[in-house]
Design a protein around this ligand. Sequence first.
Ligand SMILES: N[C@@H](CCC(=O)N[C@@H](CS)C(=O)NCC(=O)O)C(=O)O
Length: 242
Amino acid sequence: MIDFYAMPTPNCWRVSIALEEMGLDYEYRRVDIAAGEQFEPAYRAINPIAKIPAIRDRGPAGGGEPIQVFESGAILLYLAEKAGRFLPEDTRERFDVLQWLMWDLSGFGPYLGMCHAFNGGSTPNVGTGEGQEVARPTGKEAADYFGAKSRDLYALLEARLEGREYICNDYSIVDMSVWPHIPPHRLYTVGDLGAYPNLRRWYEALKARPAVQRGFGIDPEVLAGLPAGFRRQLRDEEAPAS
Ligand SMILES: N[C@@H](CCC(=O)N[C@@H](CS)C(=O)NCC(=O)O)C(=O)O
């Protein structure tokens, strides 16, 4: 059994989708980051960087003490190794997945997060939980810069998906890692996906997978409590007919 510490956010959806795709037994444990629960000592003992997601595997391969893992990319690798799925064994193919995974974790995801922050989203993650207060960043130049960056990165993914069903050869953890940053495309000033037909085809195909839907649907209570306009943009939901 795996304890999965999270809330409904793109970084956490990477992991919830992987858990569902791999059919691993897990228990969702909400860490309310709006209430500062990530800074509580009991949680820091699981994740010293005080962020979500994190996991605690109570039944690791080979037995022994539970294994705790933080950072969504490290968690994806741990789960793929545990399940023996979605990370190719062949060296050439494995490193194709790993290089795109590194691109997502170090470039795609972080730039999109900054884009959202500078275009009116929540503050970027700079809190220490020890009284440090940071105002929401503003600045048209930064907003424009990160917006342009986001559209560049989407265009790069669009080119990669030309003639490909998945980002690498087969469906893998890299698809699960990248996908959660596509539903919020409006928050990243990308507009609709009309300019990205390959990306849209891949996005819709994954969205139709039952495991992706389950992973994307964790914690409906929190989702229902989000402001409706923001939730629609975060999750690419249709506006109600007026
Ligand atoms: N690089 C980390 C990023 C984790 C992250 O930034 N998590 C956010 C939620 S999506 C968080 O915990 N924010 C609360 C905070 O920074 O205090 C990962 O991929 O796991």
